[in-house]
Design a binder for this molecule. Structure first.
Ligand SMILES: NC(=O)c1ccc[n+]([C@@H]2O[C@H](COP(=O)([O-])OP(=O)(O)OC[C@H]3O[C@@H](n4cnc5c(N)ncnc54)[C@H](O)[C@@H]3O)[C@@H](O)[C@H]2O)c1
Length: 327
């Protein structure tokens, strides 16, 4: 491929064919957060549009992650109403640039990378914050992200034996538990009749339903057992204020979190102790005892997308995947 004259286009299938597996992706995002903790990444806050409906978004997400020589921007949409038309909630494109010249080197579908890295960030949080020996996990929201969330937890936390899944769509629960049950045959995955049934007794609780500006949260503080780790990827949509006010509260990026606070999210949440970069740099405490209940509120950051995309790009070039297009 000739720099400045051509770029590589990768479809969803191309990206999925060469993308790193979950264990590799967790390692990629861990390095990205270590870079962030040492202050060498660049991660401007998301720029958001909300055409037509405040629960629908278009986000521009740029980042520079030096350890992977990864610079670029993701332009991603999230439309909760799309499901009714058989269209995905999350969709978009990612542009990767050559960091030396700034020239674009690739345009790729971003849905696979988004789901993969969102799972990986939860896996990373679980690596550092879950109760050692955690055996049971709960998932609320068995959609696209729900799958990679469970895959990441089962990849990272090898002591997990049970996963309880709630989704108002029975078919979503059934297909997720069947598919991931085949992938992880030693783990018991089961649908739950209602959210409390899934969450009570779980060592790790993930929520991955729609993000709503005016949510009706369901997760109650008393459902959360001592020692549990909460991993919302859908902001505060499912968590009551009491359920967020536990013993420790971390976020993935403080600056971005502040932006969303100003937009009206997280009004009932406590003050964050720090972000995942701070945690990996040792600037804020992680788990200090087995009783502690911790939330890691990971809103999604482009420092997780760009290095994953760079690995995808390098592997696609090596494998001859995708289409080379003229600039
Ligand atoms: N934090 C991040 O980094 C990040 C990244 C990507 C997506 N997201 C968010 O993750 C969420 C899920 O995205 P997706 O791509 O999986 O969407 P999806 O539409 O594929 O899945 C959402 C699922 O939630 C279910 N659901 C709806 N209401 C529910 C409820 N009350 N309780 C339990 N489940 C419920 C739906 O039936 C659906 O199966 C969205 O809010 C999205 O914005 C976050």
């Amino acid at each position: 491929m000739q720099l400045g004259k051509e770029l590589l286009y990768l479809s969803y299938a191309d990206v999925a064919a060469v993308g790193p597996d979950m264990a590799e992706t967790i390692a990629i995002v861990e390095q990205a957060f270590r870079d962030k903790g040492s202050g060498v990444t660049q991660l401007p806050a998301k720029t958001a549009l909300h055409p037509l409906d405040e629960d629908a978004f278009l986000h521009a997400m740029p980042a520079w992650v030096p350890s992977h020589q990864a610079a670029g921007v993701k332009w991603v949409s999230g439309y909760p109403g799309n499901a009714a038309q058989g269209l995905p909630y999350i969709a978009g494109l990612l542009i990767l640039n050559d960091p030396g010249t700034g020239l674009p080197i690739a345009v790729m579908d971003c849905a696979w990378i988004t789901a993969q890295r969102t799972g990986a960030v939860s896996g990373l949080a679980a690596r550092h914050l879950a109760l050692p020996g955690a055996e049971t996990a709960a998932l609320l929201g068995a959609g696209v992200q729900g799958r990679t969330q469970v895959r990441a937890l089962l990849t990272e936390v090898r002591t997990l034996r049970e996963v309880h899944v709630f989704d108002p769509r029975q078919e979503a629960m059934d297909s997720l538990t069947q598919d991931l049950g085949q992938e992880f045959p030693s783990v018991h995955l089961a649908p739950a009749a209602f959210p409390e049934e899934a969450v009570r007794g779980a060592d790790i609780v993930v929520s991955a339903g729609p993000i709503l500006k005016h949510p009706r949260p369901t997760i109650a503080r008393e459902w959360l057992k001592p020692g549990c780790l909460g991993l919302p990827v859908d902001f505060d949509a499912m968590w009551t204020g009491e359920a967020l006010n536990l013993d420790n509260y971390l976020v993935d990026d403080l600056a971005q979190y502040r932006y969303y606070e100003q937009q009206g999210f997280f009004a009932a949440a406590p003050e964050p102790a720090g972000d995942l970069g701070d945690l990996l740099a040792g600037r804020c405490p992680g788990r200090t005892n087995p009783q502690e209940r911790i939330i890691s509120m990971n809103l999604g950051v482009a420092i997780a997308d760009m290095p994953t995309a760079r690995v995808v790009y390098d592997r696609a070039i090596a494998a001859g995947k995708g289409r080379i297009l003229p600039l």
